[in-house]
Design a protein around this ligand. Structure first.
Ligand code: GDP
Ligand code: GDP
Length: 456
């Protein structure tokens, strides 16, 4: 059965800033012993960290909510994910990648008394690629001499080094200013599910003759507006703007749908390239399946392609007018057997010829886009994970029981989750978590990415 509902009001509130968005996340990285934990305490202002005490999740704390004169953010100390000296470089890269992935800004801590090491430079390389704002801290700058040393760190190319003594507090005011400058007021809009502006992009895909062009014609009616691939030309129109359900949609790459392809050698190949391109350009793909034929390998391949590309997915069973009782029976069995992996996709049974239930398409597309854009706030997610882990712990393996320490959803479109665990999580358990995430938060019509980071 479902978990006893936890009182989430506190967690939810803690997680939202005044503007209503989730709090921005700051990750602290650096070699062992450079003073990361000391710095985290300094940033928290030595106050008791405000963390939801959820059983199973926060016993090994890695994230804290900081509140610095009214500006709130989450601090993640990635330092726990280190470091046996052997695989140091690999671990560094991994730690830095985690930081870049989950955070809105990264603090790289260097030990001024030691100076630059190869490991510091390894961090810099990964952080540069990550393109998130980086604040460079020259820690242990306990006196003016050491403070002067900090200027050698300009050579890292990460901008101004901030000399700090995490232990004594020296320089921490300036550092916080730099951190606030680096953190977004709110996480980028794309993470909040705000539309990027402009019509939503839909791809109609499916193998030849499933009815794509019939459906496009049906949807467009008289309203068809052809959009040029390059503004100002009328040469190669690839997208069409279509008015449906009170809003405008951009149907991408329709040229290939309308223009019938000659059955020459290679046509299949080009058709599949075009399908892939359309999926890439779209936010949501409607995969058409012809119910008058048995489901084919090619149908399944296209569906997988959409899920793998991380796009929202709607499945439209077309030519429903042709369906008799017998075929319907087999169709339902095919769906049960072949489409278990995408049970989350909304389905519509339509007929492009007669217009049957074509009006159900837009609500299905909207539901899928909603799921695709959903972002769960970190506090709420961890409250949920805590309950789940307490009620359904990972099976004990070799005398050990891997625990989930912390989870976060660094991005949406599609929803991507990162779980931090004290040991390897079996595939079955990961699927169980995905299933529960879907039960709890919806995620209709969207693939979910779930990755696990094991702390050693
Ligand atoms: P972490 O491994 O990077 O988290 O480093 P810690 O925060 O555990 O600090 C490692 C050691 O450096 C501890 O002994 C700290 O007391 C010391 N340390 C941290 N910050 C400073 C500082 O600003 N000045 C000095 N002198 N020592 C510091
Ligand atoms: P496309 O290659 O995917 O664009 O498919 P078309 O739209 O060209 O349709 C292929 C054939 O299926 C045409 O002969 C259409 O008339 C027919 N067709 C399309 N939709 C339906 C439908 O809902 N019911 C029936 N019975 N035939 C359909």
């Amino acid at each position: 059965g479902n978990a006893e509902p936890l009182d989430l009001s506190g967690a939810l509130e803690a997680e939202l800033d005044e503007a209503g968005g989730p709090l921005p996340v700051l990750a602290i990285v650096g070699r062992p012993n450079v003073g990361k934990s000391t710095l985290v305490n300094r940033i928290l202002g030595r106050r008791e960290a405000v963390v939801q005490d959820v059983p199973g999740v926060t016993r090994d704390r890695v994230y804290y909510e900081a509140n610095w004169s009214g500006r709130r953010f989450i601090v993640v100390d990635t330092g726990g994910w280190e470091v046996d000296v052997d695989g140091l470089d690999k671990r560094v890269a991994e730690q830095a990648e985690i930081a870049v992935e989950l955070a809105d800004a990264v603090v790289l801590v260097v030990d001024t008394t030691v100076g630059l090491t190869d490991t510091d430079e390894a961090f810099v390389r990964v952080l540069r690629r990550g393109k998130k704002p980086v604040v460079l801290v020259a820690n242990k700058a306990d006196n003016p001499q050491l403070e002067a040393e900090a200027s050698t760190l300009w050579s890292l190319g990460l901008g101004e080094p901030h000399p700090v003594s995490a232990m004594h507090g020296r320089g921490s005011g300036d550092l916080l200013d730099a951190i606030f400058a680096a953190l977004p007021e709110r996480p980028p809009a794309e993470l909040l599910g705000a539309p990027l502006g402009g019509p939503r992009r839909v791809a109609l895909v499916g193998k030849p003759n499933v009815g794509k062009s019939s459906l496009l014609n049906r949807l467009a009616g008289e309203d068809r507006v052809v959009v040029d691939s390059v503004a100002g030309t009328t040469r190669d129109p690839v997208d069409e703007l279509i008015q449906l359900g009170g809003r405008t949609w951009r149907f991408v790459d329709t040229a290939g749908i309308r223009r019938r392809v000659n059955q020459t050698y290679g046509a299949d190949y080009y058709a599949s390239l075009r399908t892939a391109a359309a999926i890439e350009k779209a936010e949501v793909a409607v995969v058409l399946i012809d119910v008058s034929e048995s489901m084919a390998e090619q149908d399944l391949r296209i569906i997988s392609k959409v899920a793998e590309a991380g796009r929202a997915l709607v499945i439209a069973y077309n030519k429903w007018d042709t369906l008799d009782e017998e075929r319907r029976y087999y169709l339902e069995r095919e769906i049960d057997q072949e489409l278990v992996q995408v049970q989350w996709a909304p389905r519509v049974n339509i007929s492009a010829s007669t217009g049957r239930h074509v009006d159900k398409l837009v609500p299905a597309i909207e539901a899928a886009l909603d799921g695709w854009e959903t972002r769960i706030a970190t506090g709420r997610l961890n409250a949920f994970l805590g309950t789940l882990v307490a009620e359904h712990p990972h099976p004990v393996r070799g005398g050990k029981q891997p625990r989930i320490l912390f989870g976060t959803q660094p991005s949406a479109k599609p929803p991507r989750f990162v779980l931090f665990a004290s040991g390897f999580l079996e595939a079955g358990y990961r699927r169980f978590i995905e299933r529960r995430l879907r039960e709890e938060f919806g995620f209709v019509g969207t693939p979910i990415e779930l990755s696990v980071r094991v702390r050693e």
